[in-house]
Every structure is written in structure tokens, then in C-alpha cells.
Design a protein around this ligand. Sequence first.
Ligand code: NI
Length: 388
Amino acid sequence: MRTRQELEEYLTEQFQWFHRHPELAYEEYQTTARIRELLEKEGIEICKSSLQTGLIAIVKGTAPAAGQERITALRCDIDALPIEEQAEVSYRSEHPGKMHACGHDLHITAGIGAAILLHEKRESFSGCVKFLFQPAEEESHGALKMLETGMMQDVPHIWGFHSDPTNETDTIGIREGYVAAAVDRFVVKVTGVGCHGAHPDDGIDPILTASAIVQGLQSIVSRNVNSFHPALLSVTRIEAGNTWNVIPAEAYLEGTVRTMDHADRILFETKVAQIAERIAAAYGAKAETEWIAGPPAICNDAAMAKLCEETAAKLGMKTVPEESSMGGDDFAFYIDRDTMDREVPGCYVKIGTGVGHPIHHPAFRVEIPVVCRTAEYLSELLLADLNR
Ligand code: NI
């Protein structure tokens, strides 16, 4: 068994290794091999699965169970981003154009640390904890790969956590209810009739049509959604034409819709297509809409959120109200009724990494003491969960 200082030194070293070797979604081979190696060295069991990248580890308590054995799970995402690092750290990314700018290196290391701590204490609890080292969070569908393994079927509820550079170290952001939005994407193809730029009357202008659609889409939030519901639509890409004196035949719009409420999500799917088609028709053009559904919203379970607060208090950490965000996380799939076909309560907690550059920023960094502290916090939380 390591002392606190030995554990801190060990986890710091591992954290810096993961930081230096970032890998993008579905390419996390080196990362996965390293996680496997470190856990196996500790005698922690790795589940057999069909996963190409990512893995599931299981820590089993050896105390006799009073009643039914409890199971819990922790999701740790492991992928990095296509960003050239600019952080002022000695352990900078060694992979050009790639960086752990979302703190998933912390998630990996704190997950490993929590597994080690629980494994050391295995005689003090019964039941088990599944650690989901999940690939491709940034691509929004890595969680589904984990679910395909079938290893979540006996898990009654699940924990998730994320780095938060808007809070100081030793600060846990937590709240019950909605904390992250459903993340959907849409693409609209507008088809008109191309012609000479000097003779617009000979054609049907898809650019003018697309512009009207952009304006029209903004009316959904202001006119169709309940004013008390968070919701937004952003058109983020518009593409048409290739020169100055030709009206093209086609235009493309792409964007994202963020909602918390399930009914609002359905409403947007219908309304985006309807507005695009009908505005296009009014201009004599045609519009086809493709709706690409991403993760649903994340709603934190009240009892689990309370346990997060109690655990923080026990460790002398501060809690602050978790900021709700219109950002999303595919952690939502694990707790989505439609995906899981049953109720799976979940809780997604924010770990203060020291106030600094936001996540996805090239200079984002995690304060080193957070690594070991997060491992301790998560192991305490999981233990409290098994004993509740
Ligand atoms: Ni992230």
C-alpha cells in the first residue's frame, strides 16, 4: 500500500504521461494499453470486451454482503482534441496538433487512482465498482460503444465527472436537475436554379433562400419554446457558390440545437425541417433537412447529488452550485430512458481544476494537486455509494 505522498507522486507521473500522449476519438490505442497495464499491475480486473479502444475495469469488495450486492459505475472519458497545445507546462503534448484540452487526462488518472484506492480497501466493502474508461466522448457517441458491450446491463446507476476551470481546486460543482443540454445537429440543403449574377430573374437564388431560412429558424426559440425552458439554435456553417458573378444552384446550412426539455427537442426536429421547407417553397426553391441526433440532456439525480455534497464536506472540500450548460456530454446516454430501456439515475459532477483558460482552449491546464485529490474524492464517493 502506498502512502498519500507516494500515491500523489505516482498519479502525477501518470497524469503527465497521459498529457504528453493525447489521442483523438477512436484512436486511443496507446492510452488504452497504458490504462490496462497500470491497472493490471495493481491486480485490478479488466473485463473482456469487444472494445477496440477504451476498457472496463472492475473492483470487487471482499466483505460479506448483507442482502443484495450493490453495483455502481464511474465513467472516465479518455480522448483528446485536435488542438495545438500552448499551455505553459513542462509536460506538453508530444503529439503535434493534439492535446488533452478538455481534461480527459485528469479523468483517466483520477479514475485509475480511485480504482487503486478502492482496491486497497476491498476488504472493507461488498459489491463492486465498474470503471468505464470510455473512448470518443468528443465525438459524442463513444458512450454507445461502451453500452454495446452489454456490461452496463446490471448497473443500476452511474457517476460521471468533468474538469472545471471556472472553479478553484478543492471545489466541487454540483446540483440536482438539468446540468447539460441535449446536443443535436442539423444540415439543410437548399436547391435553387443557377444563373448569371446579372440575370437573377433567370434562376432561383439559393443564397437568398438560405438567408431567409437562417432568419426564420431563430423564430423557433423566441416564438415556439416556453420562455422558461433553456433552448438555443445556432447556424454555424453556410456554404454556397464559388465566384462573384454566378448565382449557384445549391446552398448548405449547418448548425446545432441545444435543449434541456425532451418535448422541446422533438419540437425543434419538426420545426427546423418545416421552416426550411416552407421558406424555400415561398422562394420557389427546395429544402431538405437532415437531423443528426446527439446525446440527450443530463439531469442529475437528487439523492446522488446530495451524496456528492456530503462526500465533499467529509473531505473538507467546498461545494458550489454547478453551472448549467448548453454544452453536452455523451455521459447522457448512460442515463437516458430511451437508450437504456429503463430508469438509470445518474449524476455528473464538476471538479474545480483551478481558475484559468476554459476547456478546449490551447492553454487549458489542470493544477497538479487536483489529480490525487480527485482520485480520493471519487473513491470516497463510490464507497459511500456502495454503503448507502
Ligand atoms: Ni470533456
